[in-house]
Write a protein that binds this ligand. Structure first.
Ligand SMILES: Nc1ncnc2c1ncn2[C@@H]1O[C@H](COP(=O)(O)OP(=O)(O)OP(=O)(O)O)[C@@H](O)[C@H]1O
Ligand SMILES: [Mg+2]
Length: 450
């Protein structure tokens, strides 16, 4: 019989009979790869489940268990749920294996064992890392294995408290003839791991590689299949790492976890506000400090702007860590309504520490940084700024004002520039100054006055 092949898009799973440069379904370029047609005959009838009234389903609260890492628990929504499947993606070398080895160690209690399956590293390599991180236990079982069938039977035999699969792209099922990492393999392996994890109620953490564009490599169905999708992000030039949930069936996706990478592994950053402030001690024009809400937690960040005359041609506009379109919009508001002359200037905006902030509450600090750099007037060092700016120059209210101010006071700020509050703030610090402004003119007035 002639071997039949298909071309499968590695991004969305679309099939085509002939090779195409661009996937017709997801419009990605150069993603079609030839794969053998799989003829998995499933003769076994799957056992049928009977419908159960909702009222009769029992669920014992408190089944969530801590991984021993507070920041990871926070992002998971309070701990690992038994039988849940968690996918963790991240750039090469960001620390995925490190995080999960630590989580597996922290999750253990009593005589339970955990299973760490590595298709990427040998057992001695993992030992080396564990040694560096001071992790040593009889109960962490390391299994260098890439065959899905062997992994599933190891899960059945050892009945671990938690399983880690490092990484899904290296695992392959012997029933399929495609290469590891292809759409067919990734989908099949994830589905079978899911089935086993749910049946044995073993929480399973899967590491996934990311593509150049930053999405988890493999079909989108992978993200639909699992319960939770986390991204581990970091910047090469900084030691801190951020864990973010993009999907969570058991909790909010607003929370972030912040870690610092050290030679002893990842340590939790409990007071992130100090991390993102620059070390300057004098007032310099072009910087402002704001309090941004990440999930339920306020973080103090510093926004810097540099405005300098364009030497030739078109003025340049660069935004790092903030939305580029938003910066352009704010520049237009500053010009048209604020009356500032920015048209013949290059403008660079940057968030200190490499953090990304997308909240509208950062509008006012961005605008004031730009104005401060242009006018060469520094903002007061102990001033914290937040507020959204509308197209007509009005300053709009933002959520959680009190929380932002409280975090500011905790970090040592004594002056607050913010939108006019609808109701009286419960003043946390009577000695502090509170400037409530209604439009960009009033905000610029405060900058010029101080
Ligand atoms: N001695 C050390 N001191 C400080 N940091 C270290 C040390 N050794 C390793 N690291 C950090 O650990 C990172 C590698 O961690 P890890 O292997 O967990 O990453 P990963 O995301 O699993 O990578 P991969 O994608 O290759 O599997 C390195 O990029 C480095 O930042
Ligand atoms: Mg790794």
């Amino acid at each position: 019989m002639k071997q039949k092949t298909f071309f499968v898009c590695q991004s969305c799973g679309q099939r085509s009979l002939k090779w195409l440069g661009r996937c017709p379904a997801c419009n990605e370029w150069n993603t079609l790869v030839e794969e053998a047609a799989e003829s998995v005959s499933r003769k076994k009838k799957s056992p049928s489940a009977t419908p159960v009234p909702l009222r009769e389903i029992t669920f014992t609260a408190g089944e969530r268990r801590s991984t021993g890492i507070g920041e990871l628990d926070r992002v998971l929504g309070g701990g690992l749920v038994p039988g849940s499947l968690v996918l963790i993606g991240g750039d090469p070398g960001v620390g995925k294996s490190t995080l999960l080895l630590q989580a597996v160690n922290g999750y253990l209690s009593g005589n339970n064992s955990s299973l760490y399956i590595s298709g990427e590293e040998s057992a001695p390599q993992i030992k080396l890392r564990a040694g560096r991180m001071n992790i040593d236990s009889d109960n962490i079982l390391i299994l260098p294995e890439t065959s899905l069938e062997n992994i599933l039977s190891a899960m059945e035999e050892t009945g671990p408290a938690v399983t880690v699969v490092d990484s899904i792209q290296t695992i392959h099922s012997e029933e399929l003839s495609s290469a590891p990492g292809t759409v067919a393999q990734v989908r099949e392996c994830a589905a079978r791991l899911m089935e086993t994890a749910k049946r044995l109620e073993i929480p399973t953490l899967i590491i996934g590689h990311v593509t150049k564009e930053g999405a988890i490599a493999g079909p989108r169905v992978l993200e639909h299949l699992v319960d939770t999708v986390l991204y581990f992000e970091g910047d090469r030039s900084h030691t801190y790492r951020i864990l973010r949930a993009v999907k969570n069936r058991f909790g909010s996706t607003n929370e972030i976890g912040i870690f610092e990478m050290t030679d002893r592994g990842l340590t939790e950053v409990l007071n992130p506000s100090e991390l993102f402030l620059s070390e300057k001690t004098t007032e310099v024009p072009g910087t402002s400090v704001t309090s941004t809400i990440e999930g339920t937690r306020p973080i103090i960040v510093e926004i810097q702007a540099l405005v300098s005359p364009t030497s030739f041609g078109m003025p340049r506009r660069t935004a790092i860590g903030v939305d580029y379109q938003r910066v352009n919009l704010l520049i237009a508001v500053l010009e048209k309504i604020g009356g500032l002359q920015l048209g013949l200037n290059d403008i660079y905006v940057n968030v200190v520490g490499g953090l990304k902030v997308i909240e509208p509450a950062t509008d006012l600090p961005i605008a004031l940084s730009i104005a401060s750099s242009l006018l060469d007037i520094p903002l007061k060092r102990e001033m914290l700024v937040f507020g959204e700016i509308g197209l007509s120059g009005e300053i709009r209210n933002v959520s959680s004002s009190e929380q932002r101010i409280k975090e500011g006071i905790k970090t040592g700020f004594r002056s607050f520039l913010m939108p006019r509050q609808k109701r009286e703030l419960s003043k946390m610090d009577e000695a502090a100054e509170y400037h409530e402004v209604e439009d960009i003119h009033q905000a610029l007035e405060i900058l010029r006055r101080d």
